[in-house]
Ligand binder design. Structure first.
Ligand code: FEO
Length: 389
């Protein structure tokens, strides 16, 4: 599929995988985007795809260039959802030259043993002239791997951005945002950011700063739509989340075995509602998928966490959320918490200790109860909800 001039989309959709990276639920699938640049002096591929889709990827390449060989494979990112077909591409095109930075080329050897003497090691700002298309390479380390970089085509003003500005959700026929209704992709961008890039706020900010002076008219990321009309919104989504900016709203996250902690969670939500909060999301962590929970936490500024005491510590699904959050930039959030126990209270103490390191802004006193919550405990929970507004 041609997307601009002699730049073509040769990516694929994965509607089979249940969990991206083995972790993150994919209710609408995911695309692995790759691009082909045809030029008089050479043909360049930008990234490959998951190895399971190699056949489809090759078909798409051949439909554009027939028997003409590919001269360069530009590798913006080595995670195997994009580099998986690298060794097979090299076997199809024995004279292909891989283009990557020093860390990329080390990973090419480490993952695939597929480096070659003619491969091109680029440094920040280096260029590659394909004739009509003038490419430059911009290193963006830890966005979200050490080797990540972006490729800019000055001729077409296209930024090939790797995972940055990408989102979950397969592409349903159309590829470029000008041709489609993008509504379903925005929540999937937030969920993608929270799940995949949430730990890397500072490198994302550094990457955005680096791109500020570049005239970008099209963003071709490795997942989701190609952005043209919606470039400002895509950049702003990444900017807001990486800066820790939130909207007014409360996310109540809890685990509950027999409903007692759930009753307290409901009371927190009711208190926030009484105080006028309109955006309240309640997640039973035994039911909600973690990436949806994380996306809501990134979006909204107030967070309430509740847990029963379980085996002398936190309920496992709550412990899992805290572990996932500890790798993410959420220290600007406001936090209230609550916890119950039957004979020895540990949940509240454990969350308090956890926040010593996380340094979220504590709101109110934690609500703690023994066995079933009394009317007084439920009132304390309502007050906590009000304070979180
Ligand atoms: Fe889409 Fe970091 O790989």
């Amino acid at each position: 599929m041609n997307i601009k001039g002699k730049v073509h989309y040769v990516g694929v959709n994965d509607r089979v995988k249940h969990r991206f990276e083995g972790l993150w639920f994919l209710p609408q699938g995911v695309s692995y985007n790759a691009y082909l640049i045809e030029d008089a002096q050479g043909v360049a591929l930008v990234d490959t795809v998951d190895v399971a889709f190699f056949g489809e990827y090759m078909d798409k390449i051949r439909r554009v260039i027939g028997d003409r060989p590919v001269d360069y494979l530009i590798i913006n990112h080595m995670e195997p959802d994009h580099s998986g077909a690298l060794a097979l591409i090299r076997s199809q095109y024995p004279h292909i030259r891989l283009v990557g930075n020093a860390k990329t080329l080390q990973m090419v050897q480490g993952f695939y043993g597929a480096g070659g003497p003619e491969d091109i090691e680029v440094k920040d700002g280096d260029t590659l002239d394909l004739g009509h298309h003038k490419l430059s390479f911009h290193l963006t380390p830890m966005l979200h791997w050490p080797e990540t970089m972006m490729t800019y085509c000055a001729t077409e003003k296209i930024l090939f951005s790797g995972d940055a500005f990408g989102c979950f959700g397969a592409l349903n026929g159309n590829v470029v945002d000008t041709q489609m209704d993008t509504a379903d992709y925005w929540p999937e961008m937030e969920r993608y950011y929270a799940a995949i890039l949430g730990k890397f706020g500072a490198p994302v900010q550094a990457g955005l700063k680096k791109l500020a002076g570049i005239d970008i008219q099209m963003i071709c990321s490795t997942h989701g739509p190609v952005w043209v009309n919606e470039i400002p919104r895509a950049i702003d989504t990444y900017r807001r989340f990486s800066a820790g900016e939130t909207e007014p709203g409360l996310v109540v996250c809890y685990g509950s075995m027999y409903g007692n902690t759930q009753r307290v969670a409901e009371a927190v939500a009711e208190g926030a509602a009484e105080a006028g909060m309109r955006r309240i999301v309640v997640h039973n962590l035994s039911v909600s998928q973690p990436s949806f929970v994380l996306a809501d936490i990134f979006r909204y500024g107030s967070l309430a966490i509740g847990s029963p005491t379980y085996n002398g510590g936190l309920f496992p699904v709550v412990e899992d959320l805290l572990k996932r959050l500890s790798g993410r930039s959420v220290s600007r959030h406001r936090l209230g918490f609550f916890g119950g126990f039957t004979w020895s209270g540990q949940a509240v103490k454990t969350i308090a200790d956890y926040n010593e390191k996380m340094k979220m802004e504590l709101v109110g006193d934690p609500v703690e109860w023994k066995q079933a919550p009394t009317a007084e405990v439920l009132e304390q929970a309502r007050q906590l909800g009000k304070l979180l507004v």
